[in-house]
Design a protein around this ligand. Structure first.
Ligand code: HSE
Length: 292
């Protein structure tokens, strides 16, 4: 039996649209073994997950075997997924990364994590969830002439930060949240985001956390997506009023994340939102071979 534990991730982090992301200690755990034939998926999660061939982990494994030209074996999978789905916490990327790691191991193909990242980023269309899911910590990634370049930031004081993850009881599909974005931006908006993405990288690597409020500024996606998220302004205002260092929309939303210096800061949130404090995951997806 193979056990794969993949972290939740938050993409964009304000200005880093489609390129920056970080991993959290909240996990999707997959146990998987081959069987003679067919597919059996058990769900140990307290959320509904597809248990047939439309399961994203299974679909990823099937695509991987097609890609390498090997026959897909029968599979027994047990999924224990604590990452809420369609909330902007990288639940799909976690399934894709788990599926790729499982398929790589079961097929004996032994692709490197860098190679798997390229496949995951191509599947998702951007690397900002897949990179931290595979490598942990905070990552930046860019496609350049068909090649994926990424780096895991060295953030020496990352463990001093606490992340108030504020999740609503409603979904927002990434597709809908991407459709609402403009196709063109002004030079002023481009400069606004470039400067803040650079400032954010400097603030994190240099430990200058007082820069975070300005550094999380964004004009590429948040101003448009907030229209789809009732409570957005209230929560941003409440988080800053409570002393947050910075606040950003997690991925395509609707989850909002406030960065704080303590996990006892009280941020009042509307009734249909839940706040939990999460710590960063520094290791990324873990694969273990278990006896059962
Ligand atoms: N960067 C992506 C977006 C993350 O904001 O649309 C969600 O998949």
């Amino acid at each position: 039996m193979i056990k794969i534990t993949t972290p939740a991730t938050s993409a964009n982090m304000g200005p880093g649209f489609d390129c920056m992301g970080m991993a959290f200690k909240l996990y999707n755990t997959l146990r998987i073994e081959t069987q003679e034939s067919g597919l059996l998926i058990e769900n140990w999660s307290d959320q509904t997950i597809p248990t047939y061939s439309n399961n994203l982990i299974y679909a990823t494994i099937k695509d991987f075997f097609n890609l390498i030209g090997k026959k897909l074996p029968g599979l027994h999978m047990i999924q224990d997924d604590h990452i809420p789905m369609t909330r902007g916490l990288g639940s799909s990327a976690a399934c894709i990364v788990s599926g790729l790691l499982a398929a790589n191991e079961l097929s004996g193909e032994r692709l490197s994590r860098e190679q798997l990242l390229k496949i995951a980023a191509e599947t998702e269309g951007h690397p900002d969830n897949a990179a931290p899911a595979l490598f942990g910590g905070i990552t930046v990634g860019a496609m350049h002439h068909g090649q994926l370049y990424y780096s895991r930031l060295n953030v020496p004081k990352l463990n001093e930060l606490h992340f108030a993850v504020i999740i609503p009881n409603f979904y927002l599909s990434t597709e809908k949240a991407r459709k609402i974005l403009p196709t063109h931006y002004t030079r002023a908006d481009a400069v606004y985001n470039i400067s803040r993405a650079a400032l954010l990288t400097a603030a994190l690597t240099g430990g200058d956390f007082e820069l975070l409020r300005a550094a999380f500024g964004d004009r590429i996606h948040q101003p448009y997506r907030r229209e789809l998220i009732p409570g957005f302004k209230e929560i941003f205002d409440a988080a800053y009023a409570s002393g947050a260092l910075g606040v950003f929309l997690s991925g395509a939303g609707p989850t909002i994340i406030a960065v704080t210096t303590s996990n006892t800061i009280r941020i009042p949130v509307p009734d249909d939102w839940i706040l939990s404090f999460l710590k960063p995951d520094q290791n990324g997806a873990r694969l273990e071979i278990c006896s059962s």
